[in-house]
Write a new protein. Structure first.
Lengths: 213, 244
């Protein structure tokens, strides 16, 4: 797939008809609202890494699957530190039959930072045979850090396959002990676990964008 | 000073329950000792206590005369102890190469550079011995591994990290016949390097070719009897009741 930067493609009205066969990288400023429309047969990937750009970061994204057999694979990595406040609001909207969408959001939250993930799957009445998945995994690395996850489903059609789920938790003590039993310090073990958590999304990024802070 | 892993009058309580009630055991360098006993007799707890996971109530654990009590697990590991877990956790996103490189880098003396060439040679040689192809190096640690693959991965780590002592917690469980032969070969190689071993197992037949220096029978947190292979044979033939 060809990597394309969203900043170079998004029209002023914030609505983009996505060409097929591209991997869109969201490189927009800290706060952005937009809609990505997938027409018939369009297959695309979407990657977003929300990191240390700004104190307050917000995304409001609608993925509209308008065409039959359109297919979206979206991955979002959120990394909040210090006093950052990062909010994701997303909708996977299936408007016609036979479309597929997968959205994975992984976040790490440290220090006093706060992450909110509000994500909704909407299956319209005409969108039978849709397949939509949403997964959100949050790794909370400090007692003062805060993560909120609210996955929602609105299904107005029969014969669909939808799933959603969210987890919020800290570092697994068994994983940390395993690394320490190999001689790795607790501090480095935690860094390894954090990096490994992000790896699933980072490895998809083009060279130069694959950095973990 | 005698090089040995020595445990003396070790007591361990977990949630007010006495798990170990005065275990004493000494394993000189290069020797293989075996710990047998019923489920729940304290075998795994003993291994975990030695490597610093379980807080010891009283007693002494020394490695080459130096006390290990109260040391964090990573320091105990760097001093030369390696625990091969009975059920190793999976680490999605961490490759076997990354794990081993990080573990070896943690052992580097200040100012010394990591020898990447030697690391890759050692890893390659260990994988070859364990019957693993080169793709193993980039597999995520125990992620999606079968039970047998996890055990082989534990042994691979022991071979590369080259500790003074390896504590094997049921390294034989889940292995097929061929993998068992490989495992015995690996333990032999470690022994040739002067590595001592404490092996927890429920089966004695695979130990025949290793010719262990001692078999110890743990009952309710105490070593009830010690002996040679004849003790293991008696347990295997007639059950624990016969030797208790």
């Amino acid at each position: 797939m060809e990597f394309r930067m969203l900043s170079a493609m998004l029209p002023a009205n914030g609505v983009l008809s996505v060409p097929t066969g591209v991997c869109l990288i969201d490189d927009l400023p800290a706060e952005a609202d937009y809609e990505l429309r997938l027409g018939s047969g369009v297959r695309c990937k979407f990657i977003l890494h929300l990191g240390p750009q700004s104190q307050r970061i917000r995304r409001n994204v609608v993925f509209s699957l308008l065409g039959e057999n359109s297919h979206l694979d979206a991955s979002v990595l959120i990394q909040a530190k210090q006093n950052q406040c990062i909010e994701w609001r997303g909708i996977q909207r299936h408007l016609i039959r036979g479309a597929h969408s997968n959205l994975l959001i992984k976040s790490t939250v440290c220090n006093c930072a706060k992450i909110s993930v509000f994500s909704k799957i909407i299956i319209d009445p005409l969108a039978a045979e849709s397949c939509a998945n949403f997964q959100n995994k949050n790794l909370v690395l400090s007692d003062r850090a805060h993560a909120v996850a609210r996955p929602e489903l609105e299904i107005f059609s029969d014969d669909v396959h939808c799933s959603h789920g969210a987890t919020i938790g800290g570092i697994n003590p068994a994983e940390e002990f395993y690394l320490r039993s190999r001689g790795i310090s607790s501090r480095i073990a935690k860094i390894i676990i954090r990096c490994a958590f992000a790896e699933e999304i980072l490895y998809q990024m083009p060279n130069g964008n694959a950095s973990f802070h | 000073m005698q090089c040995a892993l020595a445990i003396s009058d070790l007591h361990l309580r977990i949630a007010e329950k006495a798990i170990l009630r005065g275990v004493s055991l000494s394993i000189p360098a290069g020797q293989i000792h075996v710990l047998m006993g019923r489920n729940g007799s304290g075998k795994s707890s003993l291994l975990h206590a030695i490597v610093g996971q379980n807080s010891i109530s009283s007693g002494v654990v020394t490695l080459d005369g130096e006390s290990l009590l109260g040391l964090p697990p990573e320091v105990i590991a760097r001093k030369g102890l390696f625990l091969a877990f009975q059920v190793p956790v999976s680490l999605p996103g961490v490759t076997i190469t990354q794990l081993l490189r990080s573990a070896l880098q943690a052992r580097l003396e200040k100012g010394k550079l990591f020898d990447h060439m030697r690391f890759h040679d050692d890893l390659e040689a260990a994988m070859k011995l364990m019957g693993m192809d080169s793709s193993w190096a980039s597999r995520h640690v125990n992620d999606g591994f079968s039970g047998g693959e996890r055990k082989r991965c534990e042994m691979l780590q022991a071979l590369v990290l080259n500790p003074k002592y390896v504590l094997f917690d049921e390294i034989d469980s889940g292995l097929d016949v061929d993998a068992m032969v490989i495992m015995v070969e690996a333990i032999r190689l470690l022994q040739q390097r002067g590595v001592g071993a404490l092996i927890v197992t429920h089966h004695s037949r695979w130990l025949e070719t290793l010719n262990p220096n001692g078999i110890h029978f743990l009952v309710d947190g105490i070593i009830h009897r010690s002996g040679g292979m004849n003790l293991a044979h008696a347990i295997e033939a007639d059950g624990f009741q016969a030797v208790q």
